[in-house]
Design a protein around this ligand. Structure first.
Ligand SMILES: [Zn+2]
Length: 459
C-alpha cells in the first residue's frame, strides 16, 4: 500500500508524464485518430464512371477502402474527414451518415467532410446515377446490398477513428507532381475530351503529416488534382483505386505502420497523361507517392487548432430549363442517355409540376488555427476554381478538396461554360441536371468561399 508521501510523489509523477505527453514545445497538442475499413465488393458489381459499361465487374486489382481521420482540437471540438475509393458521395448518402454521427457523437454536419477519391473503377451505389445503367439479373439486389454494407462501413470507420483519438503532431507542406494534363482539346468541332498541353493544370501536392508523441509518423493525408481515369474507358471492368490507390499503397509499403488518405482537388478537366493501362496507373501512383514522400521533412509547417468549420449551401442557377415540349422531343433522340434524361424530367414535371431553377450547392471550409485552410466543394470542379482561389487567398495555405459531400455534376467556370464541351454541356445528361449552369456560378462560388474564409479568419 502506498504511504501518503509516496502517493503524493506518484501523483506528481503521473502529472509530469501527462504533461510531457500532451505538450510539445510548450503547447497542448490536438488529438488525432485514424481508421481504415476494406470496402472491396465481395461479388461482381456494376462499376460507376462510364455510362457505356454494360457488364458488372470481372475482378479486383487491389482492395479499396473507406478511411477516416478524427481530429479533436484543444477546445474539445471533434471533426472527422472521411475518404473513400468511390466515384462520389451523393448528398443523400453524406447527409444520412452525418445525421447518425450527430446523434451518436454530437458532431455537427459542418465538422464532417465526405471526400471520394473519384476513382472510375468503384462500385455503383444506389443513387441517381443508377438511372444511367441497364441492370440485368440480380444486379439491383447486389447494388442495394453493397450500398447498405458501405453505409455500415462508413459509420464503423468513423467510430473507430474517434475511438483512436490520441495526442498527435500535425505538420503541413506541399510538393509538385506532373501527372495530369488538361483534357479540354479545341478542335473545329468544338471542345472535345482529348489532350490540351496548353490548358491549365494544378500540380500542387498538399500533404498533412500526422506523427505521434514520439515523433513517429503515423498517418499521411495528401491531395492531388487529376481525374481517377488512368484505366481508360468503358472496357475496364476491375475494381481499383487507380493511381491514387497505388500512391497510398506505395507510401504504406515504404513506411511501416502508417495509414494514408487521399483527397482529390479541382480536377474535372484534368486527366492522367498518358493513360489507358494498369501499368500507367501504377506508374502515376509511384510518381505521386514520390512527390508526397519528398514533402515529409522536418521543416514542414506546424499545424495547430482550433479547427473552425463552416458549411453553407448556395443556390446555383441553371441557364435555361427546357420546356415540356423540348423534353418530349428529346424522347425521340437516338442517344439512349438523352432519352432517359428527358424521361426523368418529364416524370418530375408530372409529379412536382415544376423543375427547380437552382441547385442547393454545398461549400465547406475548415481552418486549422491560422495555418491551413481546407476549401471543400461538391461535384466535379474545373481547375480554374483552385487556381483562382489559391491566387485570391494568397495569405492562406489553401487545400482544395472537390468531389466532396455531393456528386451533383460538373461545376464549370465562366470560361469553360463560355467555351462549351463535355464539362459544360454533355455531362448534364449523365448527372440528371435540367440544363447547363448559368455563367454566374463561378462568381457565386468564389465570393461565398472568400466570405466564409473571412468569417473563419475573424473567429
Ligand atoms: Zn469524373
Amino acid at each position: 500500500m502506498l504511504t501518503s508521501k509516496y502517493a503524493f510523489e506518484f501523483i506528481i509523477f503521473l502529472q509530469l508524464l501527462f504533461v510531457s505527453v500532451i505538450l510539445a514545445g510548450g503547447r497542448e497538442l490536438m488529438k488525432v485518430g485514424m481508421a481504415s475499413i476494406d470496402i472491396t465488393p465481395k461479388e461482381s458489381i456494376m462499376l460507376v464512371g462510364y455510362a457505356a459499361r454494360t457488364e458488372p465487374s470481372s475482378g479486383v486489382v487491389h482492395p479499396i477502402y473507406a478511411r477516416a481521420i478524427a481530429f479533436e482540437d484543444q477546445t474539445g471540438q471533434r471533426n472527422v474527414l472521411i475518404t473513400a475509393d468511390l466515384v462520389g458521395f451523393s448528398r443523400n448518402l453524406s447527409d444520412e451518415i452525418s445525421l447518425q454521427v450527430e446523434k451518436e457523437f454530437n458532431i455537427p454536419r459542418a465538422c464532417l467532410i465526405f471526400s471520394a477519391s473519384h476513382t472510375h473503377t468503384a462500385p455503383l451505389l444506389n443513387c441517381l446515377k443508377l438511372q444511367m445503367y441497364v441492370l440485368t439479373g440480380t444486379q439491383q439486389k447486389t447494388i442495394d446490398e453493397y450500398t447498405q454494407f458501405l453505409k455500415e462501413s462508413l459509420l464503423q470507420v468513423i467510430r473507430l477513428a474517434i475511438n483512436d483519438l490520441a495526442p498527435a503532431n500535425l505538420t503541413f507542406g506541399s510538393g509538385q507532381a506532373e501527372i495530369g494534363i488538361n483534357r479540354r482539346a479545341f478542335t473545329s468541332r468544338g471542345v472535345i475530351i482529348g489532350i490540351n498541353p496548353d490548358g491549365p493544370v494544378d500540380t500542387q501536392v498538399p500533404v498533412l503529416a500526422i506523427s505521434d508523441t514520439n515523433q513517429q509518423l503515423s498517418g499521411v493525408l495528401f491531395g492531388f488534382a487529376c481525374h481517377g481515369t488512368t484505366l481508360g474507358g468503358s472496357d475496364y471492368y476491375q475494381v481499383c483505386g487507380d493511381y491514387m490507390g497505388f500512391a497510398r499503397e506505395y507510401l504504406e509499403l515504404s513506411q511501416k505502420n502508417i495509414v494514408t488518405f487521399f483527397t482529390p482537388g479541382c480536377s474535372a478537366d484534368i486527366n492522367p497523361y498518358p493513360r489507358g493501362t494498369l501499368h500507367l496507373a501504377r506508374l502515376h501512383g509511384l510518381r505521386l507517392a514520390g512527390a508526397v514522400a519528398s514533402v515529409l521533412r522536418p521543416e514542414m509547417l506546424t499545424v495547430d487548432g482550433p479547427i473552425r468549420c463552416l458549411l453553407k449551401t448556395v443556390e446555383l442557377p441553371f441557364s435555361k430549363i427546357p420546356s415540356t415540349s423540348e423534353f418530349k422531343e428529346r424522347l425521340k433522340d437516338e442517344n439512349l442517355h438523352v432519352q432517359r434524361h428527358a424521361r426523368y424530367f418529364l416524370d418530375l414535371l408530372e409529379k412536382e409540376k415544376a423543375i427547380p431553377k437552382t441547385y442547393s450547392y454545398p461549400i465547406q471550409v475548415w481552418q486549422f488555427g491560422r495555418d491551413l485552410t481546407m476549401v471543400v466543394l461538391g461535384g466535379e470542379v474545373v481547375v480554374d476554381y483552385a487556381l483562382r482561389l489559391k491566387r485570391e487567398l494568397k495569405n492562406h495555405h489553401v487545400w482544395m478538396i472537390a468531389n466532396a459531400n455531393d456528386d451533383c455534376g460538373y461545376i464549370g467556370s465562366a470560361r469553360t461554360l463560355y467555351e462549351g464541351g463535355y464539362e459544360a454541356d454533355n455531362s448534364t445528361i449523365y448527372y440528371f441536371l435540367p440544363s447547363r449552369w448559368d455563367f454566374q456560378v463561378e462568381e457565386i462560388i468564389i465570393s461565398t468561399v472568400k466570405e466564409m474564409v473571412a468569417s473563419v479568419d475573424s473567429l
